[in-house]
Write a protein that binds this ligand. Structure first.
Ligand code: WQD
Length: 338
């Protein structure tokens, strides 16, 4: 069974490709290589022994995309990762985000809406903003997006939902990720370090390996157990397995409605200081950090209520925070040749 993974050479996409191949799926990847390296293809091959089909293609190119689907008319499922994902950058370059995350989604859907294709959408817990109640369930209200990036995820879900309404044969699931961290146990794939990391864990590992001077902890005056903000950090391999479970749900026609959303997290919240402490334990490295002011746009607390995803997908995260951080550290050392 052929599955298309757009952005399949990216951080989460490459881990999903590995899990799909290990479940026996025939994978074709399209990626414009704007935020990754072609080496990831060989690294996937080294892990699974199978080199996925790959076409360098930009999902914003309507004609190219249409030609692609003429060549690959036997695709039965699509997992869509190809999008821009840096919250800060989206504030600086909103139109880049609306073009890359919205136009491309529309072109993709235009090629498949009247076909029996199963669609998995990479969404985000940022759609909730600062939720009123924690842990966060899928029924939590969608709040005004804090960034154009978050807005593209909200709009993307609405576009897919409207498409499902008029195409009963078109089935889709949106997975709202919390904070993906970690890397494959082989340390052959992971979060590619392009530029200064915005996210906490790559900044931690780059500080620990000596690439960055010191980690800045953005605020310790939040109303939390140690004053630093709380997030739900999920191992990227657990997250990848959730995608395969979601695809199976659609392929096995287990869904009662043709559009569903699931929160994908561990169900546990950790403060920034707890992540630092867990990293020091996992790596045996003391981390150099200082407390600075809050970062604009950050929410205080976000972690998932996972009953729905646990029961509907028969999926639950397996890795601990410490194991995830140990895999991030192994990946950092591998990337730096240490
Ligand atoms: C985590 C915590 C920071 C960096 C990200 C993505 C978002 C979504 C969820 C996918 C916060 C603190 C960070 C640093 C710090 N993912 N921090 N120093 O902001 O929760 O959102 O994951 O859709 O798109 O952006 O993740 O890793 O940036 O921050 O203190 O140098 O770490 O303040 O409390 P965030 P993050």
């Amino acid at each position: 069974m052929k599955i298309l993974v757009t952005g399949g050479l990216g951080y989460i996409g490459s881990h999903v490709v590995v899990e799909l191949q290990e479940q026996g799926y025939d994978v074709v990847i399209i990626d414009n290589l704007s935020n990754t390296s072609i080496d990831v293809l060989d690294n996937i091959n080294s892990i699974t022994g199978l080199k996925p089909k790959f076409e360098q293609l930009d999902v914003r190119d309507k004609t190219e995309l249409s030609e692609f689907f003429k060549r690959h008319h036997d695709i039965e499922g699509i997992i869509h990762f190809a999008a821009s994902k840096a919250v800060g950058e989206s504030v600086e370059k909103p139109l880049l985000y609306y073009e890359n995350n919205i136009n491309a989604l529309v072109y993709l859907l235009q090629n498949i809406q009247d076909k029996k294709v199963n669609f998995i959408f990479s969404s985000s817990c940022t759609v909730y903003g600062q939720a009123d109640d924690l842990p966060i369930t899928e029924n939590a209200p969608i709040k005004a997006a804090e960034s154009p990036y978050g807005n593209t995820k909200q709009i993307g879900e609405e576009i897919i939902q409207d498409t499902c309404k008029v195409n009963p044969n078109f089935k889709a699931i949106a997975l709202r990720y919390f904070n993906p961290i970690g890397a494959h146990d082989s340390a052959l794939i992971g979060e590619l370090p392009l530029g200064v990391p915005q996210n906490l864990v790559p900044y931690i590992t780059q500080t620990a390996i000596g690439l960055r001077e010191q980690l800045s902890v953005y605020g310790d005056d939040y109303p939390t157990r140690d004053g630093t903000a709380i997030r739900d950090y999920i191992h990227v391999v657990d997250l990848a397995k959730a995608h395969v479970s979601a695809l199976s749900r659609l392929l096995e026609k287990k869904a009662k409605v043709n559009f569903e959303v699931f929160n994908v997290g561990t169900g546990e919240g950790s403060t920034v200081i707890e992540v630092i402490t867990a990293f020091e334990k996992a790596s045996g490295q003391k981390l150099n950090y200082k407390i600075v002011g809050r970062r604009a746009g950050d929410v205080v607390e976000a972690f998932a209520q996972t009953d729905k995803v646990n029961s509907a997908l028969g999926w639950k995260s397996q890795y601990s925070l410490e194991e995830a951080l140990a895999s991030s550290w192994a990946w950092e050392k591998k990337v730096r040749g240490k």
